[in-house]
Design a protein. Structure first.
Length: 367
């Protein structure tokens, strides 16, 4: 992209489009310590208090900077690269990371290892990039002290507290309020589909594992839904259009939310999957539409539960898994409590935590 000047009018030109940049837009972005806090990059002035008739008295390009004198007496140098980034109108940190679709053939995913100063390291940057590529990462050598998972989560961003608490224990217990707190097998599902908004990322920390079963299972919903779209476009269409009610009832809370099983962005790319058939309630629709919906949901469930898409592995003691609850389904195989103890702790964080951390580390290491 090029910046061009013509009689104190400023244009950007990307080769296919030439467009004038509004003087007020540039005035909002003036640099300098009297206008911008160096640490937070927050404005030290309120742009709504400016005169709407801002204009440019003089403009000049000096190497990588645009030098401007405005009609209100303010002069400033604005970095041209910053203007170019804003006109690209795209996220330059997360969006460029290409999602890698995977199925049961997935092998040789890098495991990361916890160490001192881990959260400010280049290794943490690489971990987050891998997370956005595959939808999950496993970190080894995590201290097994109680509640360490909260310290880990808060070192990335902030724990997302739910009615289960700041964190939760995953182990078999009497009178559970969720099947996760049993020794039963858990089919592939996403967590908290009844919540608005749904927690974006789940962390699970293995503290004790003395059983032969209880293997962790993961399915890439991105791969499955893309295959469904190719193989059965009518199924994909109805599952991405019809909203169902998800509901959770406990002794002191009732949670409900409506959503599609396949939720799309405005550009029709995948935004989120929700799947927990023990908790969803399909609305009353015309019989023909419901016939199609139930066939589509059954097909989607068969794909999620297929050996073709599922990976299985054991979370060892001192392992922590971080997984994308908007993209992946997770579950576990059954285990026998008579063999010994199995004890994990879990919590949630949201995308602002991982995105904010990744942007910070890219800035820190000039990546």
């Amino acid at each position: 992209m090029k910046i061009e000047l013509n009689e104190n009018r400023i244009y950007f030109n990307n080769g296919s489009l030439k467009k004038e940049i509004h003087p007020f837009w540039l005035r909002e972005r003036v640099d300098g310590e009297e206008f911008l806090d160096k640490g937070t990059q927050q404005r030290l002035f309120d742009p709504t208090s400016l005169d709407n008739e801002i204009s440019i008295n003089k403009a000049n390009i000096n190497e990588n900077f645009l030098e401007i004198d405005f009609n209100d007496g303010v002069s400033s140098k604005i970095e041209i690269n910053k203007i170019a980034q804003e006109f690209s109108n795209e996220d330059t940190v997360i969006k460029p990371i290409t999602k890698i679709k995977w199925d049961s053939t997935l092998k040789d995913i890098k495991n990361f290892r916890y160490q001192d100063n881990f959260f400010e390291s280049k290794e943490m940057h690489d971990l987050l990039v891998s997370f956005y590529k595959y939808g999950f990462v496993v970190i080894k050598n995590i201290p097994t002290e109680d509640n360490f998972i909260v310290k880990f989560a808060n070192s990335i961003g902030s724990v997302r507290r739910t009615n289960f608490g700041e964190y939760f224990d995953v182990k078999s217990k009497p009178n559970p309020n969720d099947l996760a707190y049993t020794s039963l097998a858990l089919a592939p599902h996403t967590d908290n589909p009844y919540r608005n908004p749904v927690p974006c990322i789940q962390l699970l920390h293995c503290i004790i594992s003395k059983v032969s079963g209880g293997l962790s299972t993961l399915v890439d919903g991105y791969t499955v839904t893309e295959d469904l779209k190719t193989e059965n476009p009518d199924f994909y269409k109805i599952l991405s259009e019809v909203k169902v009610k998800f509901k959770f009832i406990d002794k002191d809370v009732v949670l409900e939310d409506w959503s599609e099983l396949i939720k799309l962005n405005d550009d029709k790319s995948l935004k989120q999957i929700r799947f927990s058939p023990r908790l969803d309630f399909v609305p009353i629709l015309e019989k023909e539409k419901l016939d199609l919906y139930y066939r589509a949901r059954k097909k989607l469930s068969e794909m999620y539960n297929s050996d073709k898409y599922r990976i299985e592995f054991k979370l060892e003691e001192k392992d922590l898994m971080m997984m994308d609850n908007y993209r992946l389904l997770h579950g576990r195989t059954a285990y026998k409590t008579s063999e010994g103890d199995r004890f994990l702790q879990g919590c949630y964080i949201d995308y602002d935590s991982t995105e904010g951390k990744l942007r910070h580390l890219k800035r820190k290491y000039n990546l």
